[in-house]
Design a protein. Structure first.
Length: 173
């Protein structure tokens, strides 16, 4: 079940003189921004605020966003920097096959191919080369690279992740 709100971008800093901001993309497709008009900005130190997205455009591996009423770099820095651009959880974009939202994976039971319980997936860590699943076992934590060599199957409807070849990871726990 998706959370109430899902972040699609994190605002990094102002860009230019007209209130645009540079934002790190947290969604798999830039087309997602074309569908947005009103968003909620959530900031760790401030109350959430609803804003209207006037326009957006790609900027390298980021996007430039312009919100109505934010017209100077000073306003952008003070009101937007560090905030997350969020959408309702039930409006998340569909993903390509064999890809999953982190919120779908967290809480899944991890089992081996024989069905033996290994633990619970508690976090997905974004690493430079591949994501890594952090799994809490009865005797500690293990990290499993999210690659086909280890992750055999994900059954979201059962909240189950089937793995193989992790026996060596378990011996050190």
């Amino acid at each position: 079940m998706p959370p109430a709100r899902v972040a699609v971008a994190r605002i990094v800093r102002p860009k230019g003189l007209r209130g645009e901001v540079r934002a790190e993309v947290m969604t798999h497709t830039l087309r997602r921004f074309a569908e947005l008009s009103r968003v909620i900005l959530e900031h760790p130190q401030r109350a959430a605020v609803e804003l209207e997205l006037e326009r957006w455009r790609p900027d390298g591996d980021c996007v430039l966003l312009k919100f109505r009423g934010i017209d100077t770099p000073e306003q952008a820095r003070a009101q937007l920097a560090g905030a997350y651009v969020t959408v309702p959880g039930d409006e998340v974009a569909p993903l390509p096959e064999d890809t999953y939202y982190v919120f779908d994976l967290v809480g899944c039971t991890v089992v081996d191919e024989a069905g033996t319980r290994i633990g619970e997936l508690v976090e997905v860590l974004a690493m430079p080369s591949t994501d890594v699943y952090e799994v809490r076992t009865d005797s500690g934590q293990i990290l499993i690279p999210a690659v086909r060599d280890f992750i055999r199957e994900v059954r979201l409807e059962e909240k189950l992740v089937v793995v193989r070849g992790v026996e060596e990871l378990l011996t050190g726990v």
